[in-house]
Design a protein around this ligand. Structure first.
Ligand SMILES: [Zn+2]
Length: 286
């Protein structure tokens, strides 16, 4: 239901933004707002085209941007837990992030930016674990808790619908933009698969301490935590954008989540998980 609503909202937003962009372009062409003051109608001066010397003020305006970025990172505890002794492999996958942003330039250097992002945050990693406290559900459905030693393979792929809210600063020559602010993400589809291979020293069953701990061979045991992924993620977001031409730019950025990406019902391990991703890609000014 919520997912359907988000898809509908998204489709609506894209349609509306497309229409806005079209009308905006027509408006710019028609009224030549870069040449005449929207306040007094007098011509604006060349280079600093948004400052009216008659009104003696900056004329704020909207700017629309789109970009295709690729997220590279992981969803993991911070810092890396001490039982994780070695990271053998880490595959970042191809994680596209489609962005549409709108900026309100308040003066020649500062603006406010928001928009929508459709993005994937995924990776796969294999690690060596020594004595990590974990809780698993056994084949006979009882909850087994204890210390695990062995190998662990994590495969996570989350699709998010994200809304950023950022302050934007640009250089006087308008070639470099820096965005910094917050993001809120809604989970559209979550996938979290864990395979462990090694030894579990069982000390609790259904969270009750047992008198006779025993060793259990976790032979490529597979666990699925899809339904334990939090529906939300909040964090900070930073982007640096450099314009090579009037419209085309290169972008690098960072996103750090500060909310636990797992629900409190996730008790496989006691650590909280956070989204930590960098990104790179190209932007296009609409
Ligand atoms: Zn004016």
């Amino acid at each position: 239901m919520i997912r359907k609503l988000i898809y509908t909202l998204l489709a609506l937003t894209l349609t509306v933004s497309g229409t806005v962009a079209q009308h905006y372009n027509q408006f710019v062409t028609k009224h030549d707002q870069y040449k005449y003051c929207s306040n007094c109608g007098k011509p604006l001066n060349g280079e600093n085209a948004h400052f009216c010397y008659t009104c003696e003020k900056y004329i704020p305006y909207w700017e629309l941007n789109s970009s295709v970025l690729f997220n590279v990172g992981a969803m993991a505890p911070i810092p890396v837990p001490s039982p994780v002794k070695h990271i053998y492999t880490w595959y970042p996958n191809i994680n596209p992030a489609l962005n549409f942003t709108i900026t309100r330039w308040m003066n020649s250097n500062w603006g406010l930016t928001t928009g929508i992002t459709l993005e994937v945050k995924s990776f796969e990693a294999t690690t060596k674990i020594e004595n990590m406290d974990i809780n698993v559900v056994s084949d006979d459905e009882s909850g087994l808790g204890g210390h695990f030693t062995g190998f662990s393979n994590t495969d996570i792929k989350n699709n998010y619908f994200t809304i950023p809210l950022m302050a934007t600063w640009r250089t006087n020559n308008q070639k470099l933009n820096l965005n910094f602010g917050l993001y809120g993400s809604f989970l559209m589809k979550g996938h979290f698969r864990q395979i462990i291979d090694g030894n579990l020293h069982v000390e609790t069953i259904d969270k009750t301490v047992i008198d006779d701990p025993y060793d259990l061979d976790m032979d490529m045991s597979k666990f699925d935590f899809d339904d334990r992924i939090s529906n939300y993620d909040f964090g900070v977001r930073f982007d640096a954008e450099y314009y090579f031409t009037d419209r085309l730019s290169g972008i690098v950025g960072l996103r750090f989540g500060f909310s636990n990406t797992m629900k409190s019902s996730f008790d496989y391990m006691k650590y909280k998980m956070y989204n930590m991703f960098g990104c790179f890609g190209i932007g296009y000014r609409l």
